[in-house]
Write a protein that binds this ligand. Structure first.
Ligand code: FE
Ligand code: CA
Length: 163
């Protein structure tokens, strides 16, 4: 079924937001590098690449259904955070916003009785559980670590192993 204008607009908007997410994570990578947390920087660069793949997943859905992908300006992300913990808390808050946005697209697809979009959206519902869990977990661990440099270095080393 050809995609409706309304759903196409919502998904195009989400393509922009996924790219914006990637931009935020690149900004976090730059910040982590500036404070010598190279493992966290590595994790964020991988995440930025994943956000690009999320954008492309939505992109392909529009194309496969005879629609038109439209790109718009991407907002500039923050440049600095007060601490590594503050950055991870921001990442977690951001992923909660992403989840809400995807639920809204799901509500629209339901309203339009668009069944073709369901598998795509279901994939994203599952993905968002992972995205929230990962960022929440790191923020929790950093809160536990407090000011202990050794503990922070251990968390950093583990995040540096992301494939
Ligand atoms: Fe995403
Ligand atoms: Ca993921």
């Amino acid at each position: 079924m050809k995609i409706s204008e309304e759903l196409q607009e919502a998904i195009n908007d989400q393509i922009n937001f996924e790219l914006y997410s990637g931009y935020i994570y690149l900004a976090m990578a730059a910040y982590f590098e500036s404070i010598n947390l190279d493992g966290m920087a590595h994790w964020m660069k991988k995440q930025a690449a994943e956000e690009y793949s999320h954008a492309m997943r939505f992109w392909e859905h529009i194309v496969d259904r005879g629609g038109l992908v439209t790109l718009t300006q991407i907002k500039a992300p923050k440049k600095k955070w007060a601490s590594a913990l503050a950055a991870w808390e921001d990442a977690y808050e951001h992923e909660k916003v992403v989840s809400e946005r995807i639920f809204k697209i799901g509500e629209l697809a339901d309203k339009l009785d668009d069944r073709s979009a369901r598998p795509l959206l279901q994939w994203f519902y599952d993905e968002q559980v992972e995205e929230e869990e990962q960022t929440m977990r790191v923020a929790d661990h950093l809160r536990m670590a407090g000011e202990h440099a050794g503990a922070i270095m251990m968390i950093d080393a583990k995040l540096g192993q992301r494939e």
